[in-house]
Design a binder for this molecule. Structure first.
Ligand SMILES: *[C@@H]1O[C@H](CO)[C@@H](O)[C@H](O)[C@H]1NC(C)=O
Ligand SMILES: *[C@@H]1O[C@H](CO)[C@@H](O)[C@H](O)[C@H]1NC(C)=O
Ligand SMILES: *[C@@H]1O[C@H](CO)[C@@H](O)[C@H](O)[C@H]1NC(C)=O
Ligand SMILES: *[C@@H]1O[C@H](CO)[C@@H](O)[C@H](O)[C@H]1NC(C)=O
Ligand SMILES: *[C@@H]1O[C@H](CO)[C@@H](O)[C@H](O)[C@H]1NC(C)=O
Ligand SMILES: *[C@@H]1O[C@H](CO)[C@@H](O)[C@H](O)[C@H]1NC(C)=O
Ligand SMILES: *[C@@H]1O[C@H](CO)[C@@H](O)[C@H](O)[C@H]1NC(C)=O
Ligand SMILES: *[C@@H]1O[C@H](CO)[C@@H](O)[C@H](O)[C@H]1NC(C)=O
Ligand SMILES: *[C@@H]1O[C@H](CO)[C@@H](O)[C@H](O)[C@H]1NC(C)=O
Length: 571
């Protein structure tokens, strides 16, 4: 007996020693993204909380099912899945969960499941132990545009027994960037917007009335309570109720000025009113152009909090998908005006977050994102890269399961905005629903096109909407703001109003939009003029992509024609 036990002990030690040697590189980067500087090793005794994504049992099955329910013509078109149906694909197998839990127990780690589908666990451990268990070297990185330092490692490995069971460890090699914000409009009327005077706000700004006229968006209120719209609020930016009242008084005098939005919070998100200028413009814009355009649609502002110790945009995106995965009555449309360079996420985290959107789409939720404001250059603040012609795609817009919205300017003709981000993913291949549209565009590019991009990647954006000089009320003042941040709430409002009509007619909502949109390009106005900027530093000698007949990587399929989209939706 004693002998047997001793032998068992010895074999365990040997196994442990062997597996400690067999580390398999999981993800690495040569250097931190531009803008981040290492301040040296993270203190060994500091603790870190790692989120661990376990491999879902059947992501491929969920993807096939999503394509089937979202592509017109099939027998199960728009037969959206229940929460339990989605869970059956997303949850890890028992073998995977056991493998991880055994690893955690063997290393004295207290692991807890943190997602309704059982695919995310959390472990808290000292940096020294994280370094040794995952062959990492956690350091502190600072960025002049961020308030807190990030604890990250340039390389992370998995013990062999976890390979195939663990998809992501976060935070490790992903660098949450400082995020993008809408910009104060710089244009003057003579150069830019030329809509009719009668719809315009102070200083020639675009108002809901201009957008209603241009796209035929109805002013009559929605009638259904279960076509709903969520506005996500990240990176400590909060909508202000007093500003919404003044916005509605000024620009929607036909609806009650006390029309408002509900609040939900996640990860300790807060809702300060009378916050300072800097922190309210994005959220005010997003709320004012949903409550103010999706007339009568119930709107909710989802305020997502940061980690206690550092800014955590990527975790905010992640937690939004896992929280909605467990919501019995999720919203039917979601708009997000935040994004970051795809490369900063790394492939495994981007894929996992993207699969979260896949799961939401399968439940009948339309997930829309602003495409970004840096033209083909993603984050647009790195001056050392002014003349670099390698294009930088923006995530989550590059996820094939979201609908990405670019920006236009001008009425009649409507033209592409130069800041409108677009391009091609380096992580996600071209999905089938857009393969014809993308191939046609690529064929039209001149053979000496100077930009370097991945022509086999998912092309974005999918659609466009006005994005220039939107009148926004903040701190009781009105000013014009530019950005695809204007475009995503606008396009989402159109979808929410169409959902309202569908529900009223006893039909299922639109859900994941893209296969339906690419099959109904005639219900959008094709934007064929303009190009996006290739140089984020205001250097006009290098341009990005041109708008063209058909889909293009700056305005997608084009801008909405409400009546045609409604007719296509009802068909
Ligand atoms: C970590 O170690 C340093 C230096 O020994 C000490 O000053 C600090 O209080 C320790 N921190 C924690 C969280 O234990
Ligand atoms: C383990 O986690 C549980 C749940 O989070 C907590 O209640 C418990 O105190 C933890 N135990 C240790 C030893 O950290
Ligand atoms: C118009 O813009 C000018 C210059 O930015 C500003 O001083 C003025 O207050 C604005 N007017 C209104 C009504 O917002
Ligand atoms: C909206 O409510 C109606 C009536 O309760 C129901 O039939 C329909 O399925 C609901 N639609 C959505 C998208 O929840
Ligand atoms: C808005 O005001 C009207 C009239 O004063 C009132 O009847 C209604 O209940 C108010 N609505 C909200 C959401 O406060
Ligand atoms: C140009 O940008 C690409 C993508 O960010 C990067 O990999 C490359 O190193 C850059 N080239 C130079 C010369 O900085
Ligand atoms: C280009 O995109 C494809 C498809 O997503 C991917 O497999 C490949 O790794 C990408 N190439 C580069 C250089 O990023
Ligand atoms: C904003 O304007 C309204 C009137 O339009 C006024 O009642 C309110 O006190 C103002 N708030 C601030 C913070 O100036
Ligand atoms: C703009 O690009 C041209 C051509 O590459 C270059 O000569 C010039 O220095 C650039 N200007 C700035 C401000 O980067």
């Amino acid at each position: 007996m004693a002998f047997q036990r001793l032998r068992l002990l010895i074999s365990l030690i040997i196994v442990a020693a062997v597996s400690a040697d067999r580390m398999v590189l999981h993800e690495q980067r040569a250097a931190p993204p531009a803008g981040f500087t290492s301040q040296g090793a993270a203190p060994a005794n500091e603790s870190i909380t790692l989120r661990v994504a376990l491999t879902s049992n059947n992501v491929k099955g969920l993807q096939d099912k999503l394509m089937s329910v979202s592509t017109p013509g099939g027998a199960d078109f728009r037969q959206w899945l229940s929460m339990e149906d989605v869970k059956s694909y997303v949850q890890p197998s028992a073998a995977t969960t056991t493998a991880f839990q055994s690893f955690a127990a063997a290393n004295g780690l207290n692991s807890s499941v943190i997602s309704p589908n059982g695919d995310w666990f959390s472990i808290t451990l000292p940096i020294s132990q994280a370094n040794s268990l995952f062959a990492a070297n956690f350091e502190k990185f600072t960025n002049p545009n961020m308030k807190t330092a990030l604890t990250r490692t340039l390389s992370v490995s998995l013990p062999e027994e976890l390979v195939g069971h663990v998809e992501v460890l976060h935070p490790t090699t992903a660098f949450d960037g400082p995020g993008t914000r809408p910009r104060l409009a710089s244009g003057t009327r003579s150069r830019r917007a030329v809509p009719p005077d009668s719809c315009m706000g102070p200083n020639d700004t675009i108002t809901p009335a201009c957008l209603q006229t241009l796209y035929g968006i109805p002013t009559t209120p929605a009638t259904q309570t279960n076509s709903t719209l969520f506005v996500t609020g990240y990176t400590e930016q909060w909508a202000q109720r007093a500003d919404l009242v003044n916005f509605l008084k000024a620009f929607r005098p036909d609806i009650p000025p006390n029309t408002t939005y509900a609040l939900e919070t996640l990860d300790g998100g807060s809702d300060p009113q009378q916050a300072d200028d800097f922190d309210i413009v994005e959220a005010n814009l997003d709320i004012q152009y949903t409550v103010g355009l999706a007339t009568g649609v119930p709107v909710t502002f989802l305020s997502v909090g940061d980690d206690d110790t550092e800014e955590a945009f990527f975790t905010q995106l992640l937690d939004t998908t896992t929280s909605l995965a467990g919501a019995a009555n999720p919203p039917t449309t979601i708009t997000t005006s935040y994004g970051s360079n795809e490369v900063d996420f790394g492939s495994s985290l981007a894929t996992k977050i993207c699969n979260g959107y896949m799961a939401l789409g399968a439940r009948g939720i339309s997930v829309l994102f602003a495409s970004g404001d840096g033209g083909v250059r993603g984050g647009h603040d790195d001056e050392s890269q002014c003349n670099n012609n390698t294009f930088i795609p923006v995530f989550p817009s590059t996820c094939p399961f979201v609908t990405s919205v670019g920006a236009t300017v001008n009425f009649n003709p409507e033209i592409a905005e130069s800041f409108s981000s677009g391009g091609f993913s380096n992580f996600f291949p071209t999905p089938s629903y857009q393969s014809g549209a993308v191939a046609a565009y690529l064929k039209s590019l001149p053979s000496d096109f100077p930009g370097i991009f991945n022509s086999s990647g998912r092309g974005f954006p999918d659609v466009a909407f006005q994005g220039s000089q939107f009148a926004v009320v903040f701190n009781n003042k009105t000013a014009g703001f530019d950005g695809t941040s204007c475009a995503s709430p606008g396009f989402t409002s159109v979808i929410a109003l169409i959902n309202d009509r569908l529900v009223a007619d006893g039909k299922p909502v639109l859900g994941f939009l893209n296969p339906w949109l690419y099959g109904n390009a005639g219900a959008l106005t094709d934007i064929t003029i303009g190009h996006n900027s290739g140089d984020a530093c205001g250097n006009s000698t290098f341009s990005g992509f041109d708008a063209s007949a058909g889909w293009d990587p700056l305005t997608g399929l084009g801008t909405p024609i409400f009546d045609k989209l409604l007719t296509a939706a009802m068909a």
